[in-house]
Every structure is written in structure tokens, then in C-alpha cells.
Ligand binder design. Structure first.
Ligand code: PLP
Length: 391
């Protein structure tokens, strides 16, 4: 129907390229006309639709299907993990394995939606700052669209991210600094009249692609949501997206008002959301010198901070920070117990779960879904999963 600001609720036209709220500069959220009838039709699409997140097209922003740029993203497996569950002392533990997406991370979900929609609305040049995975995904979909992309990445991101972007025809700028510095340099060099900015939550549709994780969980678990969702959080797109998806599902009569508790995991070197959650603040204070090799979590300040914090509080969730040593252990268990080769962020999610179990905020009987958000293969070798510590 239209877009509404997540902060001040101001409506914006969905028929042209939009960025953030023209009043307050905060993220815009897409609104659909949803009811039980739409919900029934969407159920039908789950059987007849493509084996990708595009089977949820009815609740995605594309108007004409010919604009869809797809590599088969989404529809990732939800893996039951009995060995890791018994190691952690819980009964029902599932891993949503997002490393099986095209380009090796769940960033593909956001980019298939955002770049398809940007093309539909006439964007001609694309740009973004990225820790690595977003740039790789953007480069792939920009290549499909045949559009130029400029990606700004910290120079210490993995070589594979640079190689992937260049191979897909993108222009890559290496920046000495964090993703925030990348964003600054990009804004200085890319005129917004010419270059459409795909930064997290600075355009409305990456969120739409990522919300499909919420729909998939419902489908994977045969119409019941888990008690707990553990999500390694940088910009928070996936967490806010799932929270939005659950509201949409309720509007369509799929759910009642109960929600899974969201657990947001960050690292001790960059934990703005954890600090804001603990202090009761409505927004987060940016971290001055973010330090972590979990690249997707090295986000010093998130424009959607207030949405992340609302999602945590409204669902009775929490936020927890883990050290570099702790995520490396979590990563080892994902490899040694589950057969995965996870990115550091996936390890962080497991480490965060261990802490919340110890603190009593997750009960052994809870049904738990942990997101392994990306593959470790593209990361610098120093951050690859190691054999698990000796017992
Ligand atoms: C980007 C990224 C994250 C953080 O995702 P957000 O939705 O922006 O919070 C986590 N893990 C990996 C592997 C990522 O690439």
C-alpha cells in the first residue's frame, strides 16, 4: 500500500525510489493490505510457488514479476541438532542454516528484494558500505540486473569479498576503518541523485527480503513458532524483519498475539544494543572504536536501533555480548556437532545461547532456533572454525 516511518509513522509513496523518512530520517517500513483472505491465498502459494523466498511474493514489494532478480535465495534448511542440544542441556535446538543462501549468507535475502525493487523503480547506479557479505550479495544481484555497483569495504575484510565483488563487475573501494567510515566516504563520493544507497535500513526493502526468515520458521515448524530466536545482531535487519513478519502473519490470521522471545547477540568489542537494552534506553549510543573479527557484528551504530530494542522488549527477549574466545568456541561446536563451517557470527549466536541458558533466561524445555547467518569460507582464515577444545 505505502511506506510508513517506523519512528513518526509518516506515510511515504511506495511508487517511487525512497530512502529514509523525509521528516525524521529514520527507517521506512512497507505496509500491505492484509487479511484472512490474503493469508489463505499465501498458504496456497507455499505449495505451488518457487522453492525460494519468492513464494512469499504476495507479501513482498515487487509489482511486476518480470523484475525479480533471483539466484534461488531463502528456503534454507532448519536443522535439528541433537548432539549440540545435549551438549548445551536443552531439549529442542534447531539451526536455521543461512550459510546455504546464494553468496554464502542471508544478505542474499535482503539484496534480492532491494535490488529487484530498485530496478523496478528505475535506479541506474547502486552503492553501499559493507563489512563484506552485503557487498558480495549486492554485487551478485547488480550483475544480474546489469547495473553498476560501488561497494565500500573495510580493508581488513576477507580477500574473498573483494574478489567476489570485482568478479561480478563491481567497483570496490577499500577503506581504512569500520563500516561507519565506509558509509562516510561513500556519502562524500556518491551523489545520491545518481547513486542509489543500499545501506542497511536506509532503503525499505532489504528488510522485506529478510523478513521471509520469519515466514519460513513458521513453515519449517509446521505452523508453530519457536519459544526463542537467537540472532547475531549488526544492523538488525533480520530481527526487525522477523518481528514485522509475525505481525503480518497475525493480520492474516496465522498467529495469535504470542511471540518468540528474541535474543540479540553482539560481541563485547561492539555491543551498542546490549548496552542500550541493559540501561532501558530507547535508542543506542554508537560505539567509538568497535573491535571484533565477527565482521557482520562490527556495526558501531544502527539506524534501526529503536526497532531492535522494541522487538526485544515487546517479546520478553534480551541482549547478550560474547567475547572473541566465546564465539570461537560456539563456532567449533557448530562444526564439530552439526557438520557446518560457520561464520563467526553463527558461533556468536551459539555462545550467546550458552550464556542465556546459564543466566536462566532460556529454559531447557524451550524450543530454540539459532541463526547461522553465514558461511565461514569467505572470511579471513584466522577466523575459520577450529577443532573443538579438548574435554
Ligand atoms: C550482516 C550479518 C549479520 C548481521 O545482520 P543484521 O541483520 O544486519 O543484524 C550477521 N551475520 C552475518 C554473517 C552477516 O553478514
Amino acid at each position: 500500500m505505502n511506506l510508513r516511518c517506523g519512528w513518526c509513522d509518516r506515510p511515504h509513496d511506495a511508487g517511487c525510489l525512497q530512502r529514509v523518512c523525509t521528516d525524521c530520517g529514520r527507517p521506512l517500513l512497507a505496509r500491505y493490505d492484509l487479511n484472512r483472505e490474503v493469508g489463505e491465498k499465501l498458504r496456497g502459494d507455499l505449495i505451488s510457488g518457487p522453492h525460494s523466498l519468492w513464494r512469499y511474493r504476495r507479501v513482498l514489494p515487487i509489482t511486476d514479476p518480470k523484475h525479480i532478480l533471483t539466484l534461488g535465495e531463502g528456503a534454507t534448511p532448519l536443522l535439528r541438532t541433537d548432539r549440540l542440544a545435549s551438549r548445551l542441556g536443552v531439549a529442542n535446538l534447531w539451526i536455521k542454516d543461512e550459510s546455504q543462501n546464494p553468496t554464502g549468507s542471508f544478505k542474499a535475502r535482503g539484496m534480492t528484494a532491494a535490488i529487484s525493487k530498485a530496478v523496478e523503480l528505475g535506479a541506474e547506479r547502486l552503492c553501499l558500505p559493507s563489512a563484506g557479505n552485503a557487498a558480495g550479495a549486492a554485487a551478485a544481484y547488480a550483475a544480474l540486473a546489469g547495473l553498476p555497483l560501488r561497494a565500500y569495504m573495510p580493508s581488513d575484510s576477507g580477500d574473498s569479498f573483494f574478489a567476489e565483488c570485482r568478479a561480478c563487475g563491481a567497483e570496490v573501494v577499500a577503506v581504512n576503518g569500520t563500516i561507519a567510515d565506509c558509509g562516510k566516504q561513500m556519502r562524500a563520493e556518491c551523489d545520491p541523485a545518481e547513486w542509489f544507497d543500499l545501506s542497511t535500513l536506509k532503503e525499505p526493502y532489504r528488510l522485506e527480503g529478510k523478513k521471509t526468515m520469519g515466514y519460513e520458521l513458521y513453515e519449517d515448524l509446521n505452523g508453530v513458532l519457536p519459544d526463542v530466536i537467537v540472532y547475531p545482531t549488526g544492523g538488525g535487519t533480520g530481527l526487525v524483519g522477523m518481528w514485522k513478519a509475525f505481525d503480518e502473519m497475525q493480520q492474516m490470521g496465522w498467529l495469535d498475539a504470542r511471540r518468540p522471545r528474541f535474543i540479540s547477540v553482539q560481541t563485547t568489542g561492539c555491543a551498542p544494543i546490549v548496552a542500550a537494552f541493559a540501561s532501558g534506553a530507547e535508542t543506542a549510543t554508537p560505539v567509538a572504536d568497535p573491535q571484533t573479527a565477527a565482521l557482520g557484528l562490527r556495526v558501531p551504530g544502527a539506524i534501526g536501533d529503536f526497532l531492535i530494542l522494541r522487538a526485544l522488549r515487546e517479546t520478553g527477549g534480551t541482549a547478550v555480548a560474547v567475547t572473541e574466545e566465546e564465539w570461537a568456541v560456539g563456532q567449533s561446536w557448530l562444526a564439530a556437532d552439526c557438520g557446518l563451517f560457520p561464520s563467526p557470527e553463527g558461533g556468536a549466536a551459539i555462545a550467546g545461547l550458552m550464556k542465556t541458558i546459564d543466566a536462566g533466561s532460556v529454559k531447557p524445555s524451550d524450543t530454540i532456533v539459532v541463526f547461522n547467518t553465514g558461511s565461514g569460507f569467505k572470511y579471513p582464515p584466522a577466523t575459520w572454525p577450529k577443532p573443538p577444545p579438548a574435554p
